[in-house]
Design a protein around this ligand. Sequence first.
Ligand SMILES: Nc1ncnc2c1ncn2[C@@H]1O[C@H](COP(=O)(O)OP(=O)(O)OP(=O)(O)O)[C@@H](O)[C@H]1O
Length: 247
Amino acid sequence: MLQIDQLKKSFDGYQAIANANLSVPPGEVVAVIGPNGAGKSTLFNLITGHLTADSGSIRFQDTDITKCTPYQICHCGIGRSFQLINIFSSLTVLENIQTAVLARHRLERKLFKPAKRLLREETLEVLASFGLVRFKDQLCSSLSYGDQKVLEIAIALGSKPKLLLLDEPTAGMSPDETQKIVHLIKRLSQDEGLTILLTEHDTDLVFDVAQKIMVLHQGQTIAQGLPEDIRNDKSVQNAYLGETGVC
Ligand SMILES: Nc1ncnc2c1ncn2[C@@H]1O[C@H](COP(=O)(O)OP(=O)(O)OP(=O)(O)O)[C@@H](O)[C@H]1O
């Protein structure tokens, strides 16, 4: 579904992505892991068009998206939730979801008065599937951190993406909130067949949910494969030595 080849990106001479290769098969949960500064967020920003690669290619469903804008990439079918929660805090929960649903129907310009009536049923369905109906008239700023994250993922799914990118979805969460996100990832993958690409520092979570893992180290793909192979890979163990000792 997503194919990345020989990707490179430098910042003022520093190669943040030196040579990244990744293949994401349809229907799978794929995790990108690596020590701090390995280039995970940079890779995500390249995939979603928030950064432009110096060289290499990114193909999504046989379309070359390497030089596309974030708007074009979103309309191609790639949705994203960010490391820092990215919602409209001063809008209600319902209005946030409605914004995403309107955008999918290319009705963004009708965002204000008439929008209240537009696509309300579809918006309520999205809210229901994420257990957010009871919060629908609350301002987003009043939700707990965990519920704000669920809302952000629901917004990303409002555009009905085929591939969902989750950038450290459990960062800063309590164990209970983390479990809620784990269940959500499994439900979206197993019940709805969504393809998911995530980065995450919590390697227990990664080994729990991912069918495939890519390991980035200093901007290079040093390993890619099944979780059990990654766990036993010597280059991965070396990359993590002195870091978390997780593998
Ligand atoms: N806009 C930028 N300008 C300059 N350097 C950058 C920029 N973005 C990232 N970098 C550098 O590129 C490298 C990779 O950063 P990146 O944020 O992609 O790593 P990461 O694997 O996501 O790290 P973390 O796990 O800590 O979030 C780092 O050395 C970072 O300082």
